[in-house]
Every structure is written in structure tokens, then in C-alpha cells.
Design a protein around this ligand. Sequence first.
Ligand SMILES: *[C@@H]1O[C@H](CO)[C@@H](O)[C@H](O)[C@H]1NC(C)=O
Ligand SMILES: *[C@@H]1O[C@H](CO)[C@@H](O)[C@H](O)[C@H]1NC(C)=O
Ligand SMILES: *[C@@H]1O[C@H](CO)[C@@H](O)[C@H](O)[C@H]1NC(C)=O
Ligand SMILES: *[C@@H]1O[C@H](CO)[C@@H](O)[C@H](O)[C@H]1NC(C)=O
Ligand SMILES: *[C@@H]1O[C@H](CO)[C@@H](O)[C@H](O)[C@H]1NC(C)=O
Ligand SMILES: *[C@@H]1O[C@H](CO)[C@@H](O)[C@H](O)[C@H]1NC(C)=O
Length: 741
Amino acid sequence: MLISLSAILGTAENYGGRKAYIVHILKSMKPQHFDSHHHWYASMLDQIVQSDPSAKEMLYTYDTLLHGFAARLSKAEAQAMEAMDGCLAVIPSSLSKISTTHTPEFLGLSSSGLWSRYSTYGKDIIVGMIDTGIWPESKSFKDEGLGPAPTGWKGACESGRGFDSSNCNGKIIGARYFSKGYEAQNPTPINETLEYKSPRDNNGHGTHTASTVAGAAVSGISYFGFANGTARGMAPQARLAIYKACWADGCYDTDTVAAMEQAIADGVDIISISIGSRDRAFYNDNKDIAAFGAIEKGVFVSASAGNDGPSSSTLGNVAPWITTVGASSIDRDFPASVLLGNKEMYKGTSTYTRVHDATLQRPFPLFYVSTNISTRYCLSSSLEPNLVRGKIVVCNQISSYEEVARAGGAGIIGANERRYGSLQRITNPNTLPAVSVSFTTGEKIKAYINNTGSNATATMSLKGLTVLGKETTAPMVAAFSSRGPSKGYPQVLKPDIIAPGLNILAAYTKVLPYNILSGTSMSCPHVSGIAALVKAIHPTWSPAAIKSALMTSSYLIDNAEQPIKDSFTVRATNPFVLGAGHVDPNAAVDPGLVYDMAPQDYITFLCSLNYTKQQIALLTKKSVSCPNSSLEAGDLNYPSFSVVMKSGSKSFQVKKRTVTYVGREGDAVYRVSVNNPAGITISVEPQTLKFRKPLETASYSVKLEGTVAAGGGTAFGQIMWKCTEGGSQIVRSPVAVNIEA
Ligand SMILES: *[C@@H]1O[C@H](CO)[C@@H](O)[C@H](O)[C@H]1NC(C)=O
Ligand SMILES: *[C@@H]1O[C@H](CO)[C@@H](O)[C@H](O)[C@H]1NC(C)=O
Ligand SMILES: *[C@@H]1O[C@H](CO)[C@@H](O)[C@H](O)[C@H]1NC(C)=O
Ligand SMILES: *[C@@H]1O[C@H](CO)[C@@H](O)[C@H](O)[C@H]1NC(C)=O
Ligand SMILES: *[C@@H]1O[C@H](CO)[C@@H](O)[C@H](O)[C@H]1NC(C)=O
Ligand SMILES: *[C@@H]1O[C@H](CO)[C@@H](O)[C@H](O)[C@H]1NC(C)=O
């Protein structure tokens, strides 16, 4: 398809306002007269931006996960480029935001668990961190006993401000940074006073996630005395390769994709990417396309689900080849309470350190103004000292210590925003006595102030304690954790799994050696590290097999033996919120059966979505023909089921699955057992699967029948294959039924 360039380029004003795009090329279309792809790309760019020499520079060329290059184009130039022979698509480079002492024990990684049973601790598995860089001096990155980088490692330790090759060691075996896209796209250049143009992390996010994946054991770690204990990552023997692609204002696709490419070329086994993403067509998402390339190379990719809960359909990173991780709480609390003048007592959380301050032990008047938004949030200069002095100020989120202190407040009650639900957030340890309370508690305190006026009082009781175990119901799904179903791809259940992501203590920067952060950014590296543990024991498993093992062995019950709750509703929840369940590292190593998938399975899936040849070629980087079969998208060999049914009609659907036996001995027998979703009957054929030797496969079909209620809604069930001979595994898959109104 060749359209006259001048027709598309149109008027002169279209040349202004260039933005960065990734130009995806079908490499096999290179005309013979170009000696290299680079020459060909340069010539294409040259034709398109003829009039402007400054736009002829390519930001990056890509050759591993996708083929093509990044350049600055106007909208009209991008359209003209897309019309050129060999160009598959021109996709804007979007900006994404970056979305432990106790978690290993909470996850069962103690001496009796995975760490001792197999004692490889993720040995020599290399995890590539696409993030904000690394603070290499942290004790969590000591390399005692690790030895040199594994053979075959091709990475490098790049120098830049505050970073040189001496900052790498046996733990941090590589560190690079990618800023060309950011510098080309961001309105303000990197401010080198505030940021390091090098792999060094001044944000703390990248250091936090890296130490969660593979931090060495460091004892005596705490957050101002709270959460004290030994900090260590999930896979303490794994190696870290750092790819800094995120800067002050976020991460641009041009840099993120370049970082992922380099990680694969360097030889990582796992990519951990705690970066947000939108739920959009895979052929419009540069990161999804790059992640597909990573899976083709056998590299496991885990990504954060996003922090846009508790509303449904708020997920990102939904591609079936990615492992999408939601966030849960752990059984650690920093208890505090508030006693109101009406004798009502409410629980909260506090990490204020000077708990013995004499001034705390009495009632103080309460202050809250709901009519003024800046006062409600205690924004800078919003509080009138005459009204606030000596009072406990209720603020709608904990971010306002300085303002309350400036205005002479005696303390803060931080009422959670709705999206944080019943889970408490961390309070600032130093500035003022502060208690964080849940959204519902906050509403009760505000109602009390409303009714009592200037007579309202509260007494804070801060304990200065870290409490572990059954006193705190855990895990719960964090209210902020993004939820399914995916709007674009309802045939695949997402998120895949949940892992700890609330109040996680891990390594940070010079500002604070260890800090507590929350988000699916924190849960993603837990899964990346656990994937490293599994990969070290099963080096030949595909990314899909590892994901399947994590999902089918996960659990659904909290520490009070009740179904895991959603902290937003404080009620039992469903697979659109917690995916298959909560990750269980010990069970994941020996799952019994796995649902394996090869790149071809994803291609068949894309065919069943009616993707065009060109759209599929964007992912596969070559022309492929769709198999002549009647498979539907829901037949992808996924370890969970998501079914769309029309409401009011009697309908049935048949899904197919194939499992691979990964037990150590032969002669295993698995029998199916089913929990039906409301109004739907699941029948599975055959009901027994027998295996003679490891790696044998067996297929089964699932029929869902029923008249689903009119008006839309959801229904949930599960399919479990229980090993009755040769083991005791239960291979569990959730079934989510999405009823279309
Ligand atoms: C960079 O940041 C510093 C510190 O905030 C500031 O003083 C300086 O003006 C900034 N430089 C630019 C070019 O914005
Ligand atoms: C943490 O500190 C508390 C109080 O100081 C102490 O009782 C507890 O034993 C410490 N825990 C660990 C794991 O060091
Ligand atoms: C809210 O309070 C601030 C600070 O006292 C004041 O400047 C602002 O005008 C107030 N806004 C409204 C809508 O009352
Ligand atoms: C505060 O309490 C006093 C004494 O009980 C009462 O007279 C007064 O009306 C109360 N003020 C408000 C605003 O409710
Ligand atoms: C793809 O096209 C077929 C045939 O037109 C149709 O039956 C099917 O529903 C389409 N699938 C999707 C996911 O749109
Ligand atoms: C594809 O399947 C259809 C229907 O089963 C059949 O008519 C057709 O010949 C097949 N085409 C190829 C290329 O196998």
C-alpha cells in the first residue's frame, strides 16, 4: 500500500510538535540494495522527514524483541511512515508511571520451606529489573559467596554520574541506563542536580524492587525501629541486572523497550517490570510487543497489575504471555488506636517513634473542615494556625505532616482515601504523632466531629510496636490493587496472582537505607523472585509452565482460615480481584501438572481474536498464517478460565485444555472435582487423567451449561485436579463467568 507522501503530509503546521514513536518493521522486506537494516531504516526516516535534518536521528534501533527504530515524527509523518513498504505499524511511545524483612517468613520461605528443601535460593538465575536504577551501596546487595557472574553473561556495568564499574559485583552483575527517549520526549531535560544520568537510583523504587527480588540477608533492619528483623529478598542467590529506564516523570516506551531488548541480549532469565500499563490492544502497545519477544526467547516476564482499584476493569499489563501481579497485605501491623470523646475506640496504624511523649496521654480537640478541599487534604498553606493550634487535625490522606506541623497542630489522624479501604498506610515516623485509619473509620470520626462541633476530642494511643501473626487478618487484597476483568480481552482471566504489596520494607537510598512502600510495584518483584526460585530448580520450564505452577498451587484462605478478603469491602472476594489466589512458593516448586504454552499457542490465540496478518506480524516479527482450526480465544491453554456468556439465554461453551505431568515419578492419577458457578453446571471429560512418566500430556474438555440470570453480572467456580496416586497435589484453576447484559 503506497500512498503519495505529499497527500498525507499535508500542510506545514503538521510538521511541528513532533513526538516519539516506535516504527515497527517487517525485517524480511528489506530491499536488496541496502547493505544493512540500519541503512534501510535511515533511508525510510530520511524520506519522511526530508525537510528537517534535526529529526533524522534515530533514538534507538531495535533488533531483538522487535524490529525497527524509534524516531521523532509529527502525526502526519507517522501516518506517512506507516504507509511505507515494510512498515507494520508506527506506535506512539507512551509515558508510564512506576506503578523485606518479614515477607519471606509470611510466604513460608523459612527453614522448613523451599529455601531448605531445595536450597538453591534462586542460584545463578539472572533477574533483569526495568526500573529507576539501583543504590548499589545498600547492604542488601553484598555479594558474599556468590562468585563471578554466571557463564554466558554478556551484560555490562555502565558508568555515569555517581556510578562506575566498581559499583557492580557478584550480586549486581550489570547496570545500564536508557535516557534517549526521555530526553527526546520530556518537555524538561533531566535535571542533573536532582537525578543521576547513570544507573544510580535517586528515587528508591528500583532499589526497593531489586532488593525484594534478590536482596542478600541483612540482619537488624527496621524502619525507625518498626518492622525490625532480617531483610532478604525472595531469591537471595539470584543475580540482579539493572536497566534504568524510568526518570523523574516516568518511563517512556522507547527507553523501556530498549532496556528490555538489552536485558534479553545480555542474557537475563527473568524480567521484572513494575511499570503501569493500559488495557489496550496488544498491537498498539510497544511493551506488550516487546514482552512477547521476551517470551519467545524463554524469558519469564512479571509485571504489576496497577494501582487503580477498587473499581473493576482497571488492570494493565493484561497480555496472556505476561504474569500479572496484584497486591495483598501481610500479617504485620503497627497498631495504634484513637479514643474519641464519646468513648468510641478505633484501631489504626502508627509508626511515630516518640510514643512516650507526655503530651500524647490526654484528649486534644479535633479539627476537620470538610467544605474546603485544600483543608480537607491539609495541602500546603491551607490551615489557619489560629484554628488548628494544639488540635489533632483530621486530614484525608497522610501526606501533610509539614502543613499540620507548620500550623501548630498537636497531631494528625490520616483518614484513608476510599481506594485504600480498610488497610492502613504508613505514617511519618518523626514529625508529629499520627495515626492512619481506614476509610470507614475516617467517616465515623468525621461524623462525630460534625455532630459534636468544637467539643469533639480524641486521645491517641500509640504503641510503638510491630505485631506479627494472627492478630492481623492476612492476606487481604489491597483496595488499590487493580482488578479484572480485562475490557479488551475478557477471554483471559487477569490478574494472574496476588503477592505482598502493602507496607513492604526493602532497601532504599542514602536518604533512608530501608523504607516501607506499597503498591503492585512491590508485589511484582515478589513474584519475579519466586519465579527465580522455581526456575533454579526447573531450568527447562517455559515461562508459561512457571506461571502455571505459581497459579495452580496458590492459596485462597487467610490466616484465620477464612476465604481471602478484599480490604475494600472486607468481604470474601473473587478471581477478578485475586486471580488464581495468593502465591505459595513452596507449593509452586512441585505443582504436579502444568498448563504449558509455546509462542505458537499465543499466535493461535491472536488468530482466534481475528487479528489481521499485519497485527500478528507485529508480535511475531514475521509473516505467519493462522492454523485452519475452529479454536476460540478461550481455548488458549491458560491455567484459569474466563468465560463470557449472554445473559438470559440458555447457553453452553466448551473449552479445551492440555496438562503436562511434571511429577518426579510415573504412574500418577489425577481426578477432577468441580465447584459450579451459580446457575451453571461444569462437566469435565474425562474425569480421570493417568500419567506413566514425567512430561506426558493429557487433554480434557470443560463444558459449561446453564441459563444465566438476566441483567448481567458474574459467577465464579473452580476446577481442581487432585492427585490420588503418586502425590497429593491439587491443581486448581479458577473459573470466572462474565455475564453480558
Ligand atoms: C535543578 O534542580 C535544582 C534543585 O531543585 C534547581 O535549583 C535548578 O534550578 C534545577 N535546574 C534546572 C535547569 O531546572
Ligand atoms: C523487634 O523489636 C522488638 C521490640 O524491640 C523485639 O521484642 C523483637 O524481638 C524484635 N524482633 C526481631 C525479629 O528482632
Ligand atoms: C480554602 O482555604 C484556603 C486556605 O485557608 C483559602 O485560601 C481558600 O480560599 C479556601 N477555599 C475555599 C473554597 O473556601
Ligand atoms: C459543648 O459543650 C457545652 C457543655 O456541654 C455545650 O454547652 C455546648 O453547646 C457544646 N458546643 C457545641 C458546639 O456542641
Ligand atoms: C472472529 O470472527 C469469527 C467469524 O466471523 C467470529 O465468529 C468470532 O466471534 C470472532 N472472534 C472475535 C473474538 O471477535
Ligand atoms: C480449512 O477448513 C475448512 C473447513 O473445515 C475447509 O473447507 C478448508 O478446505 C480448509 N482449508 C485448508 C487450507 O486446509
